[in-house]
Design a binder for this molecule. Structure first.
Ligand code: MRU
Length: 345
């Protein structure tokens, strides 16, 4: 099974991020030594995808701690707090970001003689655990696919969006390796084109054939019987199983229900937010209208047009057949089933 991409790399005392804004045309890693620049990289989509954002923030906390320990060794646990807040504000929907910062915050509060070592160990553990979770989810999700079929995915949920291997794309990798997938369709995912630029690039690199569609073709694809499953990731899952994910996911779920196509959400438990009872309370990031009005700095809309650019939407649990986490599968999610899954060790 191919899995060749690692977009987040810790190298000595430097964080290297593959600049996802430049893919698929250029593969350039940017080096970060400063937490403020890392917060900007998250906001500006150098790195994106919920688990990847969390891992990046964890390494950002390590760099922030190094700075504050050097500047104010007696007071660093206080002076670092503003940097943690800046990181947490960089993108509002992906709860993995706040989850990772919270884990790092717990290490900061421990009175240790080697805080930097402890923080780096925790960041690396968050990174490695994410890859392990993805591989476990890959197996669980692949088992749900009973007969070889076509699948449709949305946005990018692969190695680029995680520590490695991917969530929904991890299931697709595992199921493809088990000969359960006859065709992978990826929709282009406006406005950032994560499907066209990133998912297609990743799958091509790992030699999994992919067919790109425009988002408007998804219902037609389902009507033609070309896919049996829609498989997507998530940025935040509420306690009742409502799922926030890249804008356009909700309409895929509505259409999947109508066409009797199954709908699978794949996300680690770090994406589940039990503090939020239902999807209506999940904060939805509003991004700049310019992202809709332009592509790669080139205006595509008529002068004077306005644009509305919510980055995510919420799919109600009632439209979801399965939520796959590293702890197992929740079929037809409800609050009770989600709580039971989260309590598993
Ligand atoms: O705006 P993005 O590219 O960060 O959005 C990413 C998604 O919506 C993914 O589907 C989600 O984060 C899950 S990634 C494993």
């Amino acid at each position: 099974m191919q899995d060749s991409i690692r977009a987040i790399q810790w190298d000595g005392d430097v964080l290297k991020l593959l600049d996802q804004r430049l893919l698929p045309h250029q593969e350039i890693y940017i080096e970060y030594r400063d937490v403020g620049a890392i917060a900007e990289a998250i906001q500006d989509m150098v790195v994106r995808g919920a688990p990847a954002i969390g891992i990046t923030a964890a390494y950002g906390v390590v760099l922030a701690a190094k700075h504050h320990l050097e500047k104010s060794p007696d007071n660093w646990r206080t002076t670092i707090q503003a940097d943690l807040d800046t990181l947490a504000r960089s993108r509002p929907t992906a709860v993995n970001l706040m989850w990772a910062i919270e884990r790092m915050r717990r290490v900061i509060t421990q009175a240790s003689a080697e805080p930097l070592n402890d923080l780096l160990r925790e960041a690396k553990r968050i990174h490695e655990d994410d890859i392990a979770a993805n591989k476990a989810m890959g197996e669980f999700g692949a088992q749900l696919i009973e007969t070889p079929c076509g699948v449709l995915t949305h946005c990018n949920t692969g190695s680029l969006a995680t520590g490695g291997y991917g969530t929904a794309l991890g299931v697709i990798r595992s199921a493809y390796a088990a000969d359960k997938i006859t065709a992978v369709y990826a929709d282009e995912t406006r406005p950032w084109l994560q499907g066209a630029r990133l998912t297609a690039w990743e799958l091509a690199k790992d030699q999994i054939p992919v067919t790109l569609i425009v988002e408007g073709a998804a219902s037609h694809l389902m009507k033609q019987g070309k896919v049996a499953w829609v498989i997507v990731g998530s940025d935040r899952i509420a306690a009742n199983g409502d799922v926030a994910n890249k804008i356009g996911t909700y309409q895929l779920a509505v259409s999947a229900k109508y066409h009797d196509v199954k709908f699978m959400v794949v996300a680690p438990t770090s994406t589940v937010d039990l503090n939020i009872a239902g999807g209506d309370d999940i904060p939805i990031e509003a991004r700049s209208p310019q992202e809709v009005l332009n592509i790669s700095g080139q205006a595509i809309a008529a002068n004077g047009a306005q644009a509305w650019n919510p980055a995510f939407d919420v799919t109600p649990a009632a439209l979801i057949d399965a939520i796959v986490t590293e702890k197992g599968v929740v079929l037809q999610p409800t609050t009770g089933k989600m709580l039971a899954m989260m309590e598993k060790s």
